[in-house]
Design a protein around this ligand. Structure first.
Ligand SMILES: Nc1ncnc2c1ncn2[C@@H]1O[C@H](COP(=O)(O)OP(=O)(O)OP(=O)(O)O)[C@@H](O)[C@H]1O
Ligand SMILES: [Mg+2]
Length: 225
């Protein structure tokens, strides 16, 4: 479970979030939704402690980022983007590293099969296309076995088939009890997999349950009128 309470984020004179709060329970997928530049990435960076929030607090399974940073970080997995992968290391190197760092017992071979990376496991990251790199990030999240998984635009650069595969895996992970938060502009995917929509608007987070409504219409009402 992830609890974000009254976070305040500003860069120089630009206020991004003011007293913003939300909760995402176990076995739940929440999607951060907003137009470019509203602060989705900034919020993910705040949640994992890369960007400080002056006020409020963040907890993963009851463990506070402020007072128990190390234990808190063990509860979550987040790598902001494929740009953060090590170009000259292989796919398998990355998975082994994550397995060790998160002290996980997940079988890397099974994850490679599930994410369809078996044939690329010994390739260097710099040899991979964007969709494969996105698969590596997803595989790393699975291998970490962390209860809370954060992802920033994990569906970027994926074709329809790959997008559907990612959706299937998100749903499987939810079934295993994971708390998943991801930012995306793919409103159709969000409509299919999310339990909660987290709209960033007016420096606040508006939480809306996904009751099967038309997310594109809701987005239009929120941002395009
Ligand atoms: N480290 C930083 N220093 C200064 N300004 C920043 C920093 N990170 C983000 N910003 C600014 O904060 C605002 C929100 O940026 P952010 O990248 O979080 O938006 P986003 O919702 O993720 O957008 P996108 O959909 O394009 O990914 C932008 O105006 C950006 O320029
Ligand atoms: Mg972003």
């Amino acid at each position: 479970m992830l609890e974000v309470k009254q976070v305040h984020v500003a860069f120089k004179n630009q206020l991004i979030l003011k007293n913003a709060s939300f909760t995402v329970e176990d076995s739940m997928i929440a999607c951060l939704v907003a137009p470019n530049g509203r602060g989705k990435t900034a919020l993910l960076n705040v949640i994992c402690g890369l960007v400080p929030s002056k006020t409020g607090g963040i907890k993963c399974n009851g463990i506070s980022l402020r007072s128990k940073r190390r234990a808190f970080l063990h509860q979550l997995f987040y790598v902001q983007s494929t740009e953060d992968l090590f170009g000259n290391l292989t796919v398998k190197d990355h998975l082994r590293y994550v397995k060790k760092m998160w002290q996980s017992t997940i079988d890397i071979t099974k994850v490679l099969t599930r994410v369809e990376l078996t044939n690329s496991q010994n390739k260097q990251i710099q040899q991979l296309s964007l969709d494969k790199k996105q698969q590596v990030l997803l595989a790393m999240a699975i291998v970490s076995d962390a209860p809370v998984l954060l992802m920033d635009e994990p569906l970027n650069g994926l074709d329809v088939e790959a997008t559907r595969k990612f959706e299937e895996i998100f749903v499987e992970l939810r079934g295993q009890g994971k708390t998943i938060v991801f930012a995306s502009h793919q409103l159709d995917s969000i409509e299919r997999v999310s339990d909660k929509l987290l709209f960033l608007k007016d420096q606040q987070i508006l939480t809306v349950e996904n009751m099967g409504q038309d997310v594109e219409m809701q987005y239009g009402e929120m941002y395009l009128t």
